[in-house]
Unconditional design. Structure first.
Length: 382
C-alpha cells in the first residue's frame, strides 16, 4: 500500500503543503515558532506552503472537510495533538473519505503535550527531546519527505457517536490530569507535572467494566453478530454496545480502577514515554490499567519513571499492560472524564477497534533517496 500520488512512500520535490496552525496552542507561540524555526527550513527544502491559522475549536476540522485536497501534497499540523484529532476526523467525515484519508499528514509540535510528534521523533531514531529541539527534528523529517503508515482507532459511544482517535483514549487519573490542567496551558509541559501532584493528593477511584480482545485471539474468531454499520472502515471485531462482548474476549474481573489508558503510540506527551515497547506495529494498540489499591507513592514513582520509559521495569502488581486490537469500557456511574487525543468526551460506555496502516504520516529518518540536511540550523529561541 502506498499513499496516492506518493510513489515509494515519498513526498515529491518540490512539494506543496497546507499548514494548519493553532496560534493559541501551548504557550501561545506556535505562529512565532513556525516563522522562526520551520519556514526557513521549508524554503530551503523546496517546500512551498499556504498557512491557515485556526480561530476556534473544530475550525481545522471544518477547513479540511471543505478543502480541495488535490492542491496539496500533504497537510501539516502545527499545534498539539488535539488539532491532529480534528484534521483526521474532518477527513473521515468527507463524502470522499476513502481518498481523503490517504493525504499524508505531518505533525509539528506547537502545543503542550505533543505526544504524536514525540512518538514520531522516537520512531525516527532520535533521542527524546522537547521544545525547539523536537520541532527541529520533526521539521527535518518533513524536509526528508519519507512517509510511514499509521494505525487508526475507530470509537463508538453509547449515545451513538462515532469518531476516530490517532493517539489515545484515557479514563480516570490520566484524563483528569490532562483535562483539568488545561487552565495552566500557558505553563507548557509543566502543567502535566503540576496536575499529577494535585490529583495524587485527592486520588479518585472509578468503577466500571473493562473488556478487551488480545492480539493473539484477534485472527481466530469474529463476532457472531454483524459488524457495526457506519461510514468508514468496517469494525469487524465489534458488536453493538447493547450486546455482551463476544465470548473470546477477556473480561477484567476487577471493576475499581485508578486509570484506564488505550494508547496507539509510544508517548503520552513529550516527557511521558508511556509505551516503550511500541514501534507502531500494524493493528496493535496498548491497553494499560491500574487497579484500585495502588498507593500514592507507587503511582508517583510510576509516573516519574515514565519520563524515561522505565516504569515497565517496576514490579507493580496493580498495573497491567496488554497489547490489544479492540476494547470496551463501561463506566458504572458516568463519574470521571474521558480524554480522546487530549480532547474532552462525555463519560459513557465506549468501545473501539484499531485499523492497521490506515493513513500516512511523515515519519522515519533513514538514509536513502530522501536524505536531506539543512545548510544552517535556525537559531535557538530567545
Amino acid at each position: 500500500m502506498e499513499p496516492a500520488g506518493c510513489p515509494g512512500g515519498l513526498l515529491p520535490r518540490p512539494c506543496r503543503v497546507l499548514v494548519l496552525l493553532n496560534p493559541g496552542a501551548g504557550k501561545g507561540k506556535a505562529l512565532q515558532l513556525f516563522q522562526n524555526h520551520v519556514q526557513p527550513l521549508l524554503e530551503e527544502a523546496e517546500i512551498s506552503f499556504k498557512l491557515m491559522v485556526t480561530e476556534r475549536q473544530n475550525h481545522a476540522k471544518e477547513l479540511v472537510y471543505a478543502e480541495e485536497l488535490g492542491h496539496w501534497d500533504a497537510l501539516v499540523v502545527m499545534a498539539g495533538d488535539g488539532l491532529i484529532h480534528e484534521v483526521v476526523n474532518g477527513l473521515m467525515e468527507r463524502p470522499d473519505w476513502e481518498i481523503a484519508i490517504q493525504k499524508p499528514l505531518c505533525s509539528l509540535p506547537g502545543g503542550s503535550g505533543n505526544a504524536v510528534a514525540a512518538s514520531i521523533n522516537y520512531y525516527a531514531g532520535y533521542e527524546q527531546v522537547t521544545n525547539e529541539d523536537l520541532l527541529f527534528n520533526c521539521t527535518l523529517l518533513l524536509c526528508r519527505r519519507r512517509l510511514s503508515p499509521m494505525n487508526l482507532l475507530s470509537l463508538h459511544t453509547a449515545s451513538g457517536r462515532h469518531l476516530y482517535s490517532v493517539l489515545s483514549l484515557a479514563w480516570g487519573f490520566i484524563a483528569d490530569v490532562d483535562l483539568e490542567s488545561e487552565k495552566y496551558r500557558r505553563l507548557g509541559e509543566i502543567r502535566f507535572t503540576l496536575g499529577t501532584f494535585c490529583h495524587l493528593v485527592t486520588l479518585r477511584i472509578y468503577q466500571g467494566q473493562l473488556a478487551y480482545l488480545p492480539v493473539g485471539k484477534a485472527a481466530s474468531k469474529v463476532p457472531a453478530s454483524p459488524a457495526l454499520a457506519h461510514e468508514g472502515p468496517v469494525d469487524t471485531h465489534l458488536v453493538p454496545l447493547e450486546e455482551p462482548v463476544p465470548s473470546h474476549w477477556t473480561v477484567v474481573p476487577e471493576q475499581d480502577f485508578v486509570l484506564v489508558l488505550v494508547l496507539l503510540h509510544s508517548h503520552l506527551s513529550t516527557e511521558l514515554f508511556a509505551a516503550p515497547m511500541c514501534r507502531c506495529e500494524a493493528g496493535i494498540m496498548h491497553l494499560f490499567y491500574v487497579r484500585a489499591g495502588v498507593s500514592r507513592i507507587m503511582l508517583l514513582r510510576l509516573f516519574l519513571a515514565m519520563q524515561k520509559g522505565k516504569h515497565m521495569e517496576f514490579d507493580c502488581p496493580y498495573m497491567v499492560h496488554v497489547p490489544v486490537v479492540a476494547f470496551r469500557l463501561e463506566p458504572k456511574n458516568q463519574r470521571g472524564l474521558f480524554a480522546v487525543d487530549g480532547e474532552r468526551m462525555a463519560c459513557e460506555a465506549v468501545q473501539g477497534q484499531v485499523h492497521p496502516n490506515y493513513f500516512w504520516m511523515v515519519c522515519d529518518s533513514r538514509d536513502g533517496p530522501s536524505s536531506w540536511e539543512p545548510q544552517q540550523r535556525p537559531p535557538p529561541e530567545l
